[in-house]
Design a binder for this molecule. Structure first.
Ligand SMILES: NC(=O)c1ccc[n+]([C@@H]2O[C@H](COP(=O)([O-])OP(=O)(O)OC[C@H]3O[C@@H](n4cnc5c(N)ncnc54)[C@H](O)[C@@H]3O)[C@@H](O)[C@H]2O)c1
Ligand SMILES: [Zn+2]
Length: 384
């Protein structure tokens, strides 16, 4: 045997910038970060719904880069949403555009869209020439307060979410608050679920702030709304940069509270349930379960559920009760899929306090089913 182990030291810079109207002529936030990197060539991909809402955006982008003397290769518009992750079509289109525009590893690709669009374009960019510089512009609440600031990308395969993808640190993430204004109010609010999630597992004081501001948030008042997104984005980014496991090599998923059931419900409903809506239900389920197994006090569980309800989020969906031919709840298979996705032993984060998570490695199915029943009863009561 002749074995050689090498430690390969690599550090990444994760730049997260908050701004408004990034392509206004006098806004230098984006220019500064691109100039810092030294590249000059730029290709831009915009999700079609965003382009439809902001008709002048392509022109603004073009004049922004031309004024700065960048080698601007144009704006390409493609459909996004969960459907763009369903197959490889968008990925191939992005590869083709990158190739014909001669984008190299010193050039920049800018992607402007929701979390699904950024996931699919991000995967294409991470694999073209083994990885190009990606500047992400998340355009939904959820992607600005969570996925957009992350280091993952993916498309779906084999009926499973995010089966094909890479870990890849974007060159920069620009959270442009103005772009959020064209979302419908429901999505604007439901995306805050990831802020609630990260507050619950990392920062009890932030959860109390959300609780205290819940009415203003439910009315989408600009200042608390943007503050909430910013705090959440920074908690996520800090966790990735400083949490010791940016590429999730361990078995635990400390930011995925409420997600095992959410991912399964998204798949079960054929993605009619959005990620944000599914996480609200999954988070409610794991909150009630945390209480029933004695981790979380009844008072705290109630406070969490009340925040969800006061934001107008649903805490139950019939998919929780859908059964297979043997009469078993299909959502329960989500636990196994969650384990499989990471490998190793099942590790699910539950709550022991507001701001404090605790890993468990097994679930009591009876108590889980009782938790689902409780959520259904609460939902039925509220409906009548
Ligand atoms: N990579 C990660 O780490 C990570 C983490 C969490 C979630 N995700 C993924 O993110 C996706 C969900 O992202 P999402 O919640 O942003 O949903 P989404 O990307 O599906 O967008 C929701 C809808 O909003 C539209 N839209 C986007 N921006 C808009 C705007 N500014 N104005 C008007 N309409 C707009 C889209 O066209 C789409 O119809 C899921 O696929 C989820 O798996 C990825
Ligand atoms: Zn999520």
């Amino acid at each position: 045997m002749d074995r050689h182990d090498f430690d390969i030291p690599i550090t990444f810079k994760h730049r997260v910038i908050f701004t408004r109207d990034a392509f206004a002529a006098d806004n230098s936030a984006l220019a500064n970060v691109l100039i810092e990197g030294g590249g000059r060539r730029v290709l831009v991909f915009i999700e079609n719904t965003v382009a439809a809402s902001w008709k002048n955006l392509p022109d603004h982008i073009q004049s922004y880069f031309e004024k700065l003397d960048f080698d601007f290769r144009g704006v390409k518009i493609f459909a996004g949403g969960e459907a763009c992750k369903a197959d490889e079509n968008l990925v191939r289109e992005v590869w083709r555009e990158i190739d014909t525009s001669h984008i190299d590893r010193h050039s920049y690709v800018i992607a402007i869209g929701g979390g699904a669009f950024l996931d699919a374009v991000g995967y294409a960019v991470a694999t073209a020439h083994r990885g190009l510089r990606l500047v992400r512009f998340p355009t939904t609440t959820l992607s600005q307060d969570d996925s957009g600031v992350g280091v993952k990308n993916a498309i779906n395969a084999f009926g499973k979410k995010n089966w094909i993808g890479t870990f890849s640190v974007p060159f920069a993430v620009i959270n442009d608050f103005k772009l959020l204004e064209s979302q419908d109010p429901e999505s604007s609010i439901s995306g805050l679920i990831e802020a609630i999630k990260v507050a619950l597992v990392k920062d009890g004081e932030f959860f109390q702030w959300i609780e205290a501001n819940v009415t203003a948030l439910s009315h989408l008042e600009r200042e608390p709304f943007e503050e909430c997104i910013k705090r959440s984005a920074l908690l996520h980014a800090r966790h990735i940069a400083l949490g010791g496991d940016p590429f999730e090599t361990g078995s635990s998923r400390p930011l995925d509270f409420g997600h095992w059931a959410a991912h399964k419900m998204e798949a079960l409903t054929n993605y009619e349930l959005s990620h944000a809506e599914a996480v609200a239900v999954g988070l409610a389920l794991d909150t009630i379960y945390s209480q029933k197994i004695g981790f979380l006090s009844e008072e705290n569980a109630e406070r969490i559920i009340n925040v969800l309800i006061n934001l107008g989020l649903k805490t139950y969906h019939p998919a929780l009760d859908w059964a297979d031919a043997k009469g078993n709840r299909r959502v329960l298979a989500g636990l196994d899929e969650f384990r499989e996705h990471l490998g190793g032993e099942l590790t699910v984060l539950l709550l022991s306090d507001l701001g404090k998570g605790v890993d468990v490695h097994e679930f009591n199915t009876t108590i889980l089913e009782q938790s689902i029943e409780q959520l259904r009863e609460m939902w039925e009561l509220a409906a009548h």
